[in-house]
Design a protein around this ligand. Structure first.
Ligand code: PBG
Length: 332
C-alpha cells in the first residue's frame, strides 16, 4: 500500500463526483448475487402473510411457480425452498421429509414445469419442518438430538429432493458427517451434478424466530439447538467446520446468520478461497423492516447497503428475503 501526506494526498478528491465514485467502487451488487428463500404451504391459490416477517408470505405450490417466473424475470439465479408442513404430517421422526409427494417435492416439480432449468433450486436438509418437537433431527428420551441416526434420515431426505429436481442440497442441520454421507449417496444415485452448499458455520442464534413461525416449528420447539448449532463466541471452530465439510465434498459453504457474522465470512474466504455464501436470516430481515416501520431508516438504502456488505466481506452470494425487492432496485 502506498500513501503520502496531506495536502498532496486528499482522499476526498475521488469522492467529489458521482462518476468518480462509480469509477472507484470496489464491489458491486447484482441480481445474480441473490438467492430468494420462499415458503411453501398446502392448498391452491393460497397466500398466507407471516406476521413476524412483514412483506413475506407462504405460497401454495401453484403460486410458488408464479414467484419462480417472477424471479427469472428479475435475474435472480436461485430459489431456496422451505415447507410449512401440514400439522397432521409432522411426526416424532419427521418421515414426511422422505415422502416423494411432500410439499417440497411438489414445489420443485411445479417450478420445473413453469421455468425449466432457467433457475437453480436449493433445498434445505434438516428435519425441523417435519418433526412434532421442532428439532432438526431425531431425539432420545432426554431430548438430545442423535447424530448418526439423524444422518441416515437426512440422506433419505436429500435423495428425495434430488429425485424431485433439486439442484443444490443445503444441509442446515449441523450433524457431524452428513456432508460426506449425502455426497456418497448422491454419487451412488447418479446425481453427480447435484451440488451441496453446506450450512457449515451455522450458529445457535436468536435471529431465527420469524423463520420458525414461517415453517410452523416455533410453537413446537422446546429448548434450544445449542447441542448442534455453534456457539456465537467461536470462530476457530467455524474454520474447522468448513474444513471438514469441504473435505467431505461440499461445493460451497454458508455462514449463518449474516451481518453479525461477517468476520466469519471473511476468515473463511481468506483461509479456504472457496465460494462462500451467507444467509441474511429472518430476524435480520425483521430488524430492517422494524427500522422502516419506526420511521428510523429508509428501506431501499438499508437493503442495498446490507447486501453490499456481504459482497465486500467476500460472499459469492446472499440468501435474503429482500431478494426480489433488491433485484428490482438493481434492475431499475
Ligand atoms: C432449519 C433452518 C433454520 C433456518 C434455516 N434453516 C432455523 C433453525 O435452525 O432453527 C433459519 C433461517 C432464517 O431465520 O431465516 N434448520
Amino acid at each position: 500500500m502506498t500513501t503520502g501526506m496531506y495536502p498532496q494526498v486528499r482522499m476526498r478528491r475521488v469522492r467529489a463526483t458521482a462518476w468518480s465514485r462509480a469509477l472507484h467502487r470496489e464491489v458491486r451488487l447484482d441480481p445474480s448475487d441473490l438467492i430468494w428463500p420462499l415458503f411453501v404451504t398446502d392448498g391452491t391459490a393460497v397466500e398466507e402473510p407471516i406476521a413476524s416477517l412483514p412483506g413475506v408470505s407462504r405460497w401454495s405450490v401453484d403460486q410458488i411457480a408464479i414467484r419462480a417466473r417472477e424471479a427469472v424475470g428479475l435475474g435472480i439465479p436461485c430459489l431456496a425452498l422451505f415447507p410449512n408442513t401440514q400439522p397432521e404430517r409432522r411426526s416424532e421422526d419427521g418421515r414426511e421429509a422422505s415422502n416423494p409427494d411432500n410439499l417440497m417435492c411438489r414445489a420443485l416439480r411445479a417450478i420445473r414445469d413453469a421455468v425449466g432449468d432457467e433457475i437453480g433450486l436449493l433445498t434445505d436438509v434438516a428435519l425441523d419442518p417435519y418433526t412434532i418437537h421442532g428439532q432438526d433431527g431425531l431425539i432420545d428420551e432426554q431430548g438430545y438430538v442423535r447424530n448418526d441416526d439423524t444422518v441416515d434420515v437426512l440422506v433419505g431426505q436429500a435423495l428425495n429432493q434430488a429425485e424431485a429436481g433439486a439442484d443444490i442440497i443445503a444441509p442446515s442441520d449441523m450433524m457431524d458427517g452428513r456432508i460426506g454421507a449425502i455426497r456418497s449417496a448422491l454419487e451412488a444415485g447418479a446425481h453427480t451434478n447435484v451440488q451441496i452448499m453446506s450450512y457449515a458455520a451455522k450458529y445457535a442464534s436468536a435471529f431465527y424466530g420469524p423463520f420458525r413461525d414461517a415453517v410452523g416449528s416455533r410453537g413446537l420447539l422446546k429448548g434450544d439447538k445449542k447441542t448442534y448449532q455453534m456457539d456465537p463466541g467461536n470462530s476457530e471452530e467455524a474454520l474447522r467446520e468448513v474444513a471438514l465439510d469441504l473435505a467431505e465434498g461440499a461445493d460451497s459453504v454458508m455462514v449463518k446468520p449474516g451481518l453479525p457474522y461477517l468476520d466469519i465470512v471473511r476468515r473463511v474466504k481468506e483461509r479456504f478461497e472457496v465460494p462462500v455464501f451467507a444467509y441474511q436470516v429472518s430476524g435480520e430481515y425483521a430488524m430492517i423492516e422494524a427500522t422502516v416501520a419506526a420511521g428510523a431508516g429508509e428501506r431501499d438504502a438499508l437493503v442495498l447497503e446490507t447486501l453490499l456488505a456481504f459482497k465486500r466481506a467476500g460472499c459469492s452470494g446472499v440468501l435474503t428475503y429482500h431478494a426480489a425487492h433488491a433485484a428490482r432496485l438493481l434492475g431499475a
